[in-house]
Design a protein around this ligand. Structure first.
Ligand code: IVH
Length: 716
């Protein structure tokens, strides 16, 4: 297991003077140290060094790698799963500290808790105590400060005294009111509660992250935390987060005198509170609540890790007060961890839509929390090696081998995963797992790409087979026929799946011989008559002549979206020129690479992807077959005399005068670059009704904002 090093050690030898041996040793040590800091900062909420100290370590690490590039191997920190979000939010001191709760595990602990309260308040045995019983949401606690009804600050809990200012990000959450509803509001109100992500949204987000080769989150809590810790609020805005209000900090006048009254008041103010919250008046009722919620747990859309009981009367809460950092008037009654021990009997590699190779652990079936588990996610290569820093909760430094005895856990009731490997039980014959470097479906090379910006290796290994990989073929065909590529009417997702299943469509070129080879069979298919078949083939024929940028986009080269395709098309002008250049790039021809690099929108990432694609012989053959079927039209020369040529434009809000696709096409035809996000480099933001965060970003950067009419005037 990796040692935890909490102290920063700075080596004084300048990087230029390090011997190879020193560099190796220091690189390894720094890597461990930084990984430890990352973990404490991002996952444990407990950084042990200042941001400046951290940056210093990181700088030296990068400098060593820059001098000895071959250190960027599998063990390099650059290989860590995904990119870490930016560090350094402003600190906020909580007006009232944010404390934590004492835990109860057994029913007797609850009996003791109620007994303590009774004794402390000197209540008679028959004096009822009312409790608000609430689910304990497994998210991130947040303190929202409202002054005169307006949200002014949102802060994380941090160490309880001081948290991080995440106001800009919190403003993107719909369930957090910007303004409190109601009249006669206390001038200062701090509402506290939990930010969370639903299980369904967590799974969807991870799916997207996986496709993008980005950070995979271990559970909904981590993904909510990661989403909130974004430096760019538009990223947080794209992540579906919810908020339950359940407590308060500073309030200038109390609007209620019970916990339940406060919860009602939060609802009046416009907050969501948890619908399962219930009043309980005895130990029996509390325990029954715990049992009932425990039964509902796996069916809930969000993670909970227990229930919380709170004395309802706030005057009693005041009298009971706190013992060190936890209140005497509340307790968390936890649910038992859902874990089990079993054997890993194999590792399957699944190939996803973009060719991502995902390892799935095969288990000796075992019951965990009421379900039989046979598969376990192993995330990616680094996780199996035990170096996936974000591959929590596996213990750092533990690799996973077939034959291992593993402790598994159902993280947030959702995906089972490995928590630990029982090393004592590791069979002598168990060897470190060798992750395949060839696609198990098609045999093409499977590679890990470098992220050009961070220099890190993608967490995901991908099959470079493209169209020739069965697993990817269908999805690629869908892309190929889609509106922005070949735009073939009547060849939608369903039809592609059907035709692929029938064996009529294996690769794009097959689309153009469909009529000749399969017309008869198609007519026999249910739902196909003379007219629909004629229409389909007419739609296909209409695309036998096609613009170069559409062809390039339709090839399905990774990282080559429409904009990049357009740039390549404009840069090379003709299919022949593009094709020749791509082949040279794939062979590593320096001049060809430099030429491609010089094009707008193109950098290392695209060049690497083009290389992978055109290196693969089977891709080349499929491309040859395709271009025999179609006439690729030369690219339109961009207009350079328009007022917006060379400018960067962002469209936002719901546009009323034109569709977004239309706006984009027009802008690009006039030589402008259309971007999805606003930065200092943006020249114009064209805002329709309902424009939100991008508009705010534009104002921040002093970017010219145009209405739709003003834009039309500019380009007319
Ligand atoms: S009350 C003074 N109520 O649990 C205690 N906390 O271990 C105020 N939590 O940091 C917290 N659901 O993040 C309270 N219904 C609930 C909760 C809840 C989740 C979390 C919260 C807190 C932690 C305490």
């Amino acid at each position: 297991m990796a040692k935890k090093i909490t102290k920063v050690r700075t080596d004084k030898t300048p990087v230029e003077l390090l011997t190879r041996k020193q560099a190796d040793a220091e690189h390894a040590r720094l890597g461990q140290e930084i990984a430890g800091h990352d973990k404490r900062y991002y996952q444990l909420d407990a950084p042990s060094v200042s941001d400046a100290e951290y940056d210093e370590l990181r700088k030296r690490y990068n400098a060593i790698e820059a001098r000895f590039p071959d250190l960027k191997t599998l063990d390099s920190l650059s290989m860590k799963v995904g990119a870490a979000p930016a560090r350094g939010f402003a600190k906020v001191r909580h007006a009232v500290p944010m404390l934590s709760l004492d835990n109860a595990f057994a029913d007797e602990d609850v009996v003791d808790f109620v007994g303590r309260i009774r004794r402390f308040l000197r209540l008679a045995e028959d004096e009822p105590i009312a409790f608000s019983a609430e689910p304990k949401i497994d998210g991130l606690s947040m303190s929202l400060r409202y002054e005169n009804g307006e949200l002014v600050t949102a802060a994380t809990r941090g160490d309880g005294q001081e948290g991080e200012d995440v106001t800009a990000n919190i403003r993107t959450i719909k369930e957090v009111p910007q303004k409190l509803k109601g009249r006669n509001l206390p001038p200062v109100v701090e509402v506290r509660g939990e930010v969370y992500m639903t299980k369904a949204d967590f799974l969807k987000l991870n799916e997207r992250q996986k496709e993008a080769g980005a950070q995979i989150f271990a559970n909904p809590r981590n993904s909510a935390a990661g989403s909130l810790r974004q430096k760019d609020p538009s990223i947080t805005a794209s992540r579906p987060l919810g908020f339950f209000a359940y407590a308060w900090g500073e309030i200038s006048e109390m609007p209620a005198d019970t916990q339940s009254g406060m919860i009602k008041w939060f609802e009046h103010c416009g907050f969501t509170t948890n619908p399962l919250t219930k009043m309980c008046r005895s130990v029996e009722e509390l325990i029954a609540f715990h049992r009932k919620i425990g039964e509902q747990r796996s069916g809930l859309d969000y993670d909970i890790d227990g229930v919380v009981y709170k004395v309802d009367r706030i005057d009693w809460q005041g009298r009971l007060g706190f013992v060190s950092r936890t209140p005497r008037w509340a307790i968390a009654h936890k649910f038992p961890a859902e874990q089990a021990t079993t054997t890993l009997i194999g590792i399957d590699i699944q190939v996803g839509r973009t060719g991502a190779l995902t390892p799935v652990g095969k288990l000796e079936p075992v019951g965990v929390g009421g379900v039989i588990v046979q598969n376990v996610t192993l995330h990616n290569e680094d996780y199996i090696k035990g170096i996936g820093g974000d591959g929590e909760p596996l213990r750092e430094g533990r690799d996973i081998r077939i034959g291992d005895t593993v402790i598994i856990q159902r993280a947030g009731d959702v995906i089972p995963q490995v928590v630990d490997v029982v090393l004592d039980k590791r069979p002598k014959s168990a060897k470190p797992y060798k992750f395949p470097t060839e696609c198990p479906v098609c045999g093409s090379e499977a590679v890990r790409e470098h992220d050009a910006d961070t220099g890190r290796l993608d967490a995901v290994r991908r099959c470079t087979g493209g169209f020739i990989c069965r697993a990817q073929a269908v999805e690629h065909l869908k892309l190929f026929a889609s509106r922005r590529a070949f735009d073939i009417d009547g060849l939608g997702e369903k039809q592609i799946e059907l035709f692929h299943e029938k064996g009529w469509l294996k690769e794009p070129a097959d689309i153009f011989s469909l009529e000749r080879k399969h017309r008869k069979e198609l007519l026999e298919e249910e739902g196909y008559g003379e007219t629909s078949v004629r229409n389909l083939f007419a739609a296909i024929d209409a695309r036998r002549e096609i613009a170069l940028d559409r062809v390039i986009y339709a090839l399905g080269i990774r990282h080559v979206g429409e904009t990049t395709a357009l740039s390549l098309a404009r840069g090379y002008g003709s299919w022949q020129a593009f094709h020749d250049a791509a082949l040279k790039v794939a062979k590593g021809d320096g001049e060809a690479i430099a030429d491609m690099d010089a094009l707008d929108q193109i950098g290392d990432t695209v060049i690497e992807a083009v290389t992978d694609y055109f290196k693969e012989k089977r891709n080349l053959a499929a491309v040859e077959r395709l271009v025999k079927q179609v006439k690729v039209l030369d690219a339109e020369k961009p207009k350079t005399d328009s007022k917006v040529a060379g400018k960067t434009v962002v469209f936002t809000g719901s546009l009323e005068k034109f569709t977004r696709d239309e706006a984009k096409a027009t802008a690009e035809r006039l030589g402008a670059k259309v971007s999805g996000s606003v930065s200092k480099k943006t020249d114009y933001v064209v805002a329709g009704p309902g424009a939100g965060s991008k508009l705010a970003e534009a104002q921040k950067h002093g970017v010219t904002v145009l209405s739709e009419d003003e834009w039309l005037k500019l380009i007319s």
